[in-house]
Design a protein around this ligand. Structure first.
Ligand code: UD1
Ligand code: CA
Length: 536
């Protein structure tokens, strides 16, 4: 990307970030699905530096571990107790020099021939803050190119803002950059300056090393200021230049949670817009959130209220939303996902999901498959063309191809101690309201009746129904719930010529109207035991 690879990039991440008021170190807070430090390291790595150093101190272990997780080639450098951005860079330079020296010893060993390797870092050193998430590789590359082409000792990235409060101001004389003064050290006239330091620079390594050796702590904060290097280099007659960016968002830092949200919204606005330019329909950009690592194909349509997180991928012509949140979900082509919450799932081409589906990790829906309304799935492989249309929980299961699971079924996977698997074959049709008590298998082409509890394996092609047959207990409500609206309704229906009665009851009623003996049931007094009620 850049004309020349920088010798090193130094990312500053040792500061406290007090204004975040958080247990989590500032640079570990994130926007667009990536930590602030992750954004900085991604931009830094794109420059292909020979070495990449991250300076840590506050919450050192958490920040160091996170940095290495993102980029295991990064060099983690500890800042000592001396405070300030200048000290942070000095610590980094010390470590970079030591690494360069160590590499030179290997280089100078017999058999490595050629000229002597450098004993300390030489060339361009890019310095950037870890809390400036919109700073992109393109802007850094331009800064580096200007530094190289002009042969500068120091090139500082600046921008001009409406309200420069809190920033270091760029001091110029006859147009030339002569120094940077911090807000708290500035005179009232200097505070009027609206061109600010973005904390992004390219330095010549030798100039930086020498100047940092001369910087004192004589300022309002008693810190070693990196910004003082600018004035020192100028005083030595070296070439110091500023490159200004018009788009201030790119260089805005996060200091508190309001800025975190503002930058998060701006990053999202840019991400959504770039996908629209790639051929994605976004009906409502304001309520659509897309993380930076998400990938979308052409003619994907995203309906309002949709969030796509992590490594979510969506294939051509699929429609997602409204009101859908997908995290690390792989969606094929021509898929429809409506009002769904999903993570770590795969939906193959032509599948349909929702409305109101909950896809938990390990859900894999085959081509043309369906996960319908009020369905929850977890660790479930559902084969091509198979459907789970309504009100069902599928956990720890495998369903073959072209099978249909009846409404209101539960894959009973947990015995209170262990999870078990259910396997349903291909072309199976299970009835509504089935309980699959795992571990259990339903074979290819098998059927199950409504309301069946499947505790034993069903062979291919068999029908399984639960044994107990339905019982009718006539007049139970009239006797056991007298005075209720249900009893009144039943009484009315029964007096209406017995229209509401079963055929047996009607026959019985006709017999007694003919003067026959009353049935034993009629003799039962209210308040009989349930056993009495079981008579038919
Ligand atoms: C700094 C600049 C200021 C600039 C502003 C842009 C200095 C003296 N000032 O001010 O000119 O306008 O950034 O946002 O450089 N850090 C360390 N070690 C430290 C102190 C800070 O690594 O001892 C890191 C922080 O983690 C952060 C970066 O350096 O990533 C900037 O530090 P911060 O305290 O935010 O500097 P500002 O006061 O904002
Ligand atoms: Ca800052």
């Amino acid at each position: 990307m850049s004309l020349t690879r920088p010798a090193a990039v130094v990312v500053l991440a040792a500061g406290e970030g007090t204004r975040m008021k958080s247990r989590t170190p500032k640079v570990l807070h994130g926007i667009g699905g990536r930590s602030l430090l992750g954004h900085a390291l991604t931009a830094a790595r794109a420059l292909e530096p020979h070495r990449l150093a991250v300076v840590v101190r506050h919450e050192r272990d958490a920040v160091a571990a996170h940095a290495l997780e993102i980029d295991d080639d990064a060099m983690v450098v500890d800042q000592d107790e001396v405070p300030g951005t200048g000290r942070a860079v000095q610590c980094a330079l010390g470590a970079l020099d030591a690494a360069t020296h160590a590499a030179s010893l290997v280089h100078d060993e017999p058999g490595h021939g050629g000229e002597l390797a450098a004993r300390e870092l030489e060339g361009a050193v890019v310095v950037m803050a870890g809390d400036t998430p919109l700073l992109d590789a393109g802007t850094l590359a331009e800064l580096l190119r200007a530094h190289d082409e002009d042969g500068n000792a120091v090139t500082v990235l600046t921008t001009t803002v409406e309200n420069p409060f809190g920033y270091g101001r760029i001091l110029r004389e006859e147009g030339a950059v002569v120094g940077v003064v911090e807000e708290r050290d500035a005179t009232p006239e200097q505070r009027e300056i609206r061109e600010i330091n973005t904390s992004t620079y390219v330095f010549d390594a030798a100039v930086l090393r020498e100047a940092l050796g001369a910087v004192d702590q004589d300022n309002d904060q008693g810190e070693v200021y990196l910004t003082d290097v600018v004035a020192l280099a100028h005083r030595k007659g070296l070439s110091v230049r500023a490159i200004s960016v018009d788009d201030s968002w790119l260089v805005e830092g996060v200091n508190d949670r309001a800025q975190l949200a503002a930058l998060g919204a701006e990053l999202n606005r840019r991400t959504v817009e770039s996908w629209m330019r790639e051929g994605v329909t976004v009906v409502d950009p304001a309520t659509t959130w897309i993380d930076v690592e998400v990938e979308l194909a052409r003619d994907v349509a995203i309906l309002p209220g949709t969030q796509l997180h992590g490594a979510t991928r969506v294939g051509e012509g699929s429609t997602i939303g409204p009101d859908t949140t997908l995290t690390d979900v792989t969606v094929g082509a021509g898929v429809t996902v409506v009002r769904t919450h999903g993570s770590d799932a795969v939906l193959e081409d032509g599948a349909t999901v929702g409305p109101f589906a909950f896809l938990r990790p390990g859900t894999h829906l085959g081509p043309r498959g369906k996960i319908g309304t009020f369905v929850e799935t977890k660790n479930a492989q559902i084969g091509a063309g198979s459907k789970v249309p309504h009100l069902t929980y599928v956990g720890d299961a495998e369903i073959g191809e072209e099978s249909n699971i009846g409404a209101s079924s539960v894959f009973v996977n947990y015995d209170g101690v262990h999870k078990h698997r259910t396997v349903i074959g291909s072309h199976a049709r299970t009835g509504s309201d089935n309980m699959f008590v795992a571990p259990v298998t339903v074979g290819d082409g098998a059927y199950t009746g409504a309301g069946t509890t499947i505790r034993e394996d069903v062979p291919p092609g068999a029908l399984s129904v639960t044994g107990a047959s339905q019982r009718i207990i006539e007049g139970w409500v009239l006797r056991r719930r007298p005075g209720t609206p249900a009893a009144a309704a039943a009484e009315k229906a029964l007096s209406d010529g017995g229209a509401g009665l079963s055929p047996q009851a009607r026959a019985e009623r006709e017999r007694s109207a003919d003067g026959g003996a009353t049935t034993p049931r009629d003799q039962q007094a209210p308040g009989n035991t349930d056993e009495g009620d079981t008579q038919r």
